[in-house]
Design a protein around this ligand. Structure first.
Ligand code: DX5
Ligand code: ZN
Length: 208
């Protein structure tokens, strides 16, 4: 499986968001768009108006990572604003199966996200319905946190799951190797790319 990289825009410089995206666009595979509500996670980030703006600035898929309670109330708005993939945490919604159906009915792909401490058992009955699994390697809420070693969890999931396994949090050139050899094929990376002196070169190195 070819490894894909999804830069997390949360660590971009928002005064130059369009410029930074244009520089990375030829190398990135998708954009990771982190949405936080101050309830499910102890932080607030960006939402619909920013998503609408960046939709006009890129041809790449935009992946909305919803770290919010009641994602079912918002998926339609995120779909309309231009998300191609909508990821939600299994911990946040009473009927994940219904939400996956709803995202599909909006013509979008659905991803199920699990916190580092959430067991794979929680996901087992949704694996055949969702389009991808997002495994968090940090507790969601902030960019720039240290990597929590979830390689055993990735390996376990990969033994039976043939779809996309995406890892989010603490990805740099070292941790990227670990999670890829464990079976992940999509890497989200924010601060490592955007806080580096040369984001283009850092993304190239990460891909290599
Ligand atoms: C964390 C977010 C991540 C974050 C990744 O709650 O979901 O996507 O932006 O940032 P880094 O790569 O800096 O850990
Ligand atoms: Zn994220």
């Amino acid at each position: 499986m070819k490894t894909k990289i999804s830069p997390s825009l949360l660590s971009a410089d928002f005064t130059k968001l369009g410029e930074q995206m244009a520089l990375l666009e030829p190398l990135a595979d998708s954009w990771h768009f982190d949405v936080m509500d101050g309830h499910f996670v102890p932080n607030l980030t960006i939402g619909i108006p920013v998503l609408k703006s960046i939709r006009k600035a890129t041809k790449l898929p935009i992946v909305a990572h919803l770290m919010i309670e009641h994602p079912e109330d918002f998926v339609e708005a995120f779909a309309k604003a231009g998300a191609d993939v909508i990821e939600f945490h299994l911990e946040t919604t009473p009927e994940p199966g219904k939400l996956i159906q709803k995202i599909h009915s909006l013509g979008k792909k659905a991803g199920i996200a699990l916190n580092p401490d959430t067991s794979l058992d929680v996901a087992s009955s949704f694996l055949d319905k969702a389009d991808l699994v997002l495994l968090m390697a940090v507790n969601p809420g902030f960019a720039g946190q240290g990597f929590i070693d979830i390689t055993e969890k990735i390996k376990e999931l990969r033994t039976t799951y043939k779809g996309d396994i995406e890892v989010d949090g603490g990805i740099n050139s070292e941790t990227a190797k670990l999670v890829c050899s464990a079976g992940a094929n999509i890497l989200v990376s924010g601060s490592y790319i955007f806080n580096s002196d040369n984001p283009v070169q850092t993304l190239k190195d990460l891909k290599a």
